[in-house]
Design a protein around this ligand. Sequence first.
Ligand SMILES: Cc1ncc(COP(=O)(O)O)c(C=O)c1O
Length: 434
Amino acid sequence: MRTNIVHEGADELTYEIRGIVRVAEQLKKLGVEIVWENIGDPIAKGETVPQWIKAIIAETMSQDASFGYSPTKGILSARKFIVAQRLRESKLILDPEDILFFNGLGDAISNVFTYLRRSARVIGPCPAYPTHSSAEAAHAGAPHIAYTLDCRKNWYPNLEDIRNKVRYNPMVAGILIINPDNPTGMVYPKQVLKEIVSIAREYGLFLISDETYARLSYGREAVTPLYELLGNDVPAIVMRGLSKEVPWPGSRCGWIEVYNKDKDPVFARYAKTLVDAKMLEVCSTTLPQMALPQIIGDPRFEQHLKLRCDGYRRKADIARAAFSAVTFLIAPCPESSFYYSVVFEDGVLNNKQTLAISNQAVREYLEKEVEGVAPDKRFVLYLMAATGICVVPLSGFNTDLPGFRMTLLETDEKKFKELIIKIVEAIKAYVGSN
Ligand SMILES: Cc1ncc(COP(=O)(O)O)c(C=O)c1O
């Protein structure tokens, strides 16, 4: 090419949650039956959408308006519904003009980082949900700057680390919170959130709080929405969506709520950029926005969430009991969402360990695939080839911690127990093999 057309951040775009699928598909062709434990899609794992939700969507679809474009910021009735919710639940006054709908939070995240000034950095949690860390790194053309979630302390954020990263990196303009967190299932304690807000206040930063799992919590720690702690000065973007709660990931519907926009002219200008950019795209998907007030506003919705959360809690407990019995694993029990992250103690994994694989073609394929990969990915690949269970290595979440993330989405609890037993047996066999 006469001119280099490759984006400076091109190498930062990695998404192991789907990247691992390439290997799984190859193994499938070689006869391995894959158990998909990599992706957080409740529908793909067999959760059914209640009939009453389907009826609302069908009725909405019968309206011609659901086939049309929507306003750039989103359908006003949906935005007003969210405003009324914030007022009722948190006594908070939010302007419908400060809500902006996206084609899923993936789209929101991409825009939030694409239209951030190149030199301005946002620090985020580590392990990191890769859509955030990759998008932030790609916008800067440099590795993502992360603060530690401490796996020995319930995955809570290390506040000292946040404070130091902010203090010594003047280009840090914002702090990202994923609450509840993916991949750890941790819920940020209220006091920790307060501290993060005060760091933002002290250093003149803005906050991004991805709360896509906010209503899927089942642990001791209640989820405190960030907007309840911002006061009337700290600028923030809160992200919410339909993918996980309804669940309706195929709707591609998420939104941002912008708080304290007018308290800082630079933040206000940045927020306007996001609206302008969405205008170029025209708008986001109409149908889910039209259905949103009726679905979330339905009295059956709370019970629907509760039933699902009860199931996730039971499965989290089953997994915790099994993992905590293995001395070389660190596996804090999630408090929310439907993920479980497991870490191997330092030095437990090496590049000589294996699992027995009887199918020669599978073994030969795998031996090539594991060449030069991170130790946890090596384990994950062996696990998949030997048992068919497809989890995601933690190294795919922008961390050096060796481990893996699985889901709590298997709908049959008996099968889930068997799955956990298989994983634990495979861990012991793999680690014991060398
Ligand atoms: C923390 C977090 N944010 C955002 C997303 C993207 O969600 P959406 O389906 O709204 O694009 C996910 C998806 O797994 C997620 O885990």
